[in-house]
Design a protein around this ligand. Structure first.
Ligand SMILES: [Zn+2]
Ligand SMILES: [Zn+2]
Length: 386
């Protein structure tokens, strides 16, 4: 079968970039070979979303250790890439069949963190930080392929009559934004969403930042201010419902505080990963406010006057992945509810109505893929027919 693969080792990591379109062996369900296949399914991916994770791996800027150490541990020299899935089930293991929740022909998305279900984190409802996690398309074979084998417990049933397929393909990254927007009560449903009547600052209006603006609006935020240097993203942030968008600068925190009634934002969502932006988020949040950290960068950070963070009672939340499946439920509710307009906005502003943003797998070229990584908020790889 055709697949986009990452073929690297410790020696070639820093001298190569990109993925390769290759013929690789098709995964099979074989319960005699591996008893766990009884709880797995084979899926033919329809669309696979491309995101910042792919960008980081493409340019060898992120995930080096997790990828290389897993490859070494598994004695492999390549992984199939891709983790944002919309696909159709083509075969189910015997226990999946007996369970009756999933059947051949069914359309599903998938939680990309494969969790063990038995570690203390999983057992206490924190599957998104499972001690034994594997990430699809990072430390396990991904979905930019004509077939993928996945465990039943990461599948999320999706009804295409309610969510258009291209939008259904981005439920996983949309769920990241839902998680960011429900930092202290991840299982909140919309009725008691913690954003209602609140002031929100979104620092970094890339794809997940834009999703967060749409969600914050739908959840009844009173005021939303964005911080974003890129003109195209700025315009999208306003179109998605931000009241105002400012430039990142040394005055950004002051501007946010002013905009948020002189006290600072109830919620600062840090989506960029730049240390300067993180410090702005801390400074611009009100006393007792919440700071959700989603943007990722490596290295050290010095927080000036750290004690003020404590004495002002500010609450910092590190957000990774999605709550399984609490944020998926909220995602479903937000996307299926046509009245809030989110589906249309995602199609228009994030997927740019499919104009140049849908790449057939078999037409993959490194140039086109790389162009899309930098020019569009979200690209879908079209793999099998709808
Ligand atoms: Zn992603
Ligand atoms: Zn676990």
């Amino acid at each position: 079968m055709k697949a986009l693969v990452l073929d690297v080792n410790r020696n070639t990591w820093s001298t190569t970039k990109g993925y390769l379109l290759r013929d690789v062996p098709e995964p099979k369900l074989d319960e005699k070979q591996d008893a766990l296949d009884a709880k797995r399914v084979l899926i033919e991916p329809i669309f696979g979303g491309v995101c910042g994770t792919d960008k980081g791996i493409w340019f060898r800027k992120a995930f080096k250790e997790s990828i290389l150490s897993t490859m070494e541990k598994d004695k492999r020299n390549h992984f199939v890439m891709g983790h944002e899935l919309l696909g159709r089930i083509v075969e189910v293991g015997s226990e999946v069949k007996r369970g009756g929740r999933f059947h051949v022909g069914q359309v599903v998305s998938a939680e990309s963190h494969i969790y063990c279900g038995v570690c203390p984190m999983c057992l206490s409802g924190d599957q998104h930080v499972c001690a034994n996690e594997r990430i699809i398309g990072v430390s396990s074979d991904g979905i930019f392929a004509e077939r993928v084998k996945l465990p039943e417990n990461v599948l999320w049933p999706t009804v295409l009559e309610k969510i258009r397929p291209e939008v259904a393909a981005v439920q996983e990254p949309f769920g990241n934004a839902v998680h960011v927007c429900t930092p202290s009560m991840a299982d909140a449903n919309l009725k008691n969403a913690e954003f209602r009547g609140k002031t929100i600052a979104v620092l970094g209006c890339g794809t997940i930042g834009l999703f967060s603006i749409l969600i914050a609006r739908a959840m009844g935020a009173r005021k939303i201010i964005g911080v974003e240097p890129n003109a195209k993203n700025k315009a999208k942030a306003l179109a998605c419902g931000a009241d105002k968008v400012i430039e990142p600068s040394e005055h950004a925190a002051e501007e946010i505080i002013q905009f948020c009634d002189g006290y600072g934002a109830d919620y600062c969502l840090e989506m960029s990963g730049f240390p300067s932006s993180l410090l702005t988020a801390i400074k611009a949040s009100r006393r007792g406010g919440h700071i959700a950290l989603f943007g990722l960068s490596s290295g050290d950070l010095v927080i000036p006057r750290f004690e003020e963070l404590i004495t002002a009672g500010k609450r910092v939340h590190a957000i990774v992945g999605r709550r399984v499946f609490g944020t998926w439920e909220i995602t479903k509710q937000l996307l299926e509810d046509k009245a809030n307009g989110i589906q249309d906005q995602v199609w228009k502003h994030i997927l740019e109505e499919g104009k140049g943003t849908i790449l057939p797998l078999t037409e993959f070229t490194p140039e086109r893929f790389e162009h899309n990584l930098s020019e569009h908020p979200k690209t879908l790889v079209a793999i099998n027919k709808l």
